[in-house]
Design a protein around this ligand. Sequence first.
Ligand code: SF4
Length: 309
Amino acid sequence: MTASYVFRNGSELLARCAEHKMTIWEVVLNYEIQMSGSTKEEIYKKLSDRLHVIFRGIDAAIENPELSPSGMVGKSTPLLATAVKNWKEVADGLLLNETAVRGMLGAIATGENNARMGVILAFPTAGAAGVIPGAIYGAMEKFKLSEEKLVEMMLTASGVGIIIANTATLSGAAGGCQAEVGSATAMAAAALTEVRGKSPETTLHGASLALKNMLGLACDPIGGLVEVPCIKRNGIGAVFSMAASDMACLGIESFVPFDEIVSAMRSIGDMMSPKIRETALGGLAVTPTGQKVAKKMGLIQLGSNPCSK
Ligand code: SF4
């Protein structure tokens, strides 16, 4: 009988890891081989190509910073890039370390590149596309990670994403931003934990600690654009993923198991008003500032948002 690498939830993922004596990324790689019929080499090549999409996007925003057509975003990347470049000069005045600030840079540059119509990797979604790149961008420098290790991080993150997609949702329209940036933060926390050689259980604790902290997060994009609050939320999500991963690496465990947290996220999403589920009819989208921008852009007539129909 062919060995199975299929899993639907966290318990099954941990069971597969134990059964095959594998890490999460190894199980996910074999899952992908089994599901897609691709070879290990083909999967590595695809992920490596996607990794380069991430890096090209970050570089593009750093090298040519420009405002998005709405004018709402585009100024944060150069500020963060300058801080990282002149780290010794700014370090004393900041609370976070260089890895965290690089993480914010990777995340926000990805979002700002998206806002100005650059190519990004929607991992797991376009709105939450910055968190995992930010985590990778910070960790690769700190731990001097090879490209192979970065691909493994993508596989670990994907394992968590598969579970959330299967048992809840990754969509802001269905579950609010907890499902988008929250899920991406959990995926990134898992990747940051496993790449440091931690066990599958500890890795899932990292994901759990991150996701718990994001529960209830509204999706309220100004003007219906994936810019405000999305992009800076990704930057802070990258730092959250580092905090959750460090907690897990120090032995701190999530009291509530991962599968129960995902289930809680789904039920919170079901309880959320459609006004805070990507329709731009609630939250930050309807603040005076949000309405002013939407009106100026001619994007949304409040109460008749095309997304809500
Ligand atoms: S606020 Fe909404 S659109 Fe923006 S990242 Fe979150 S889920 Fe996506």
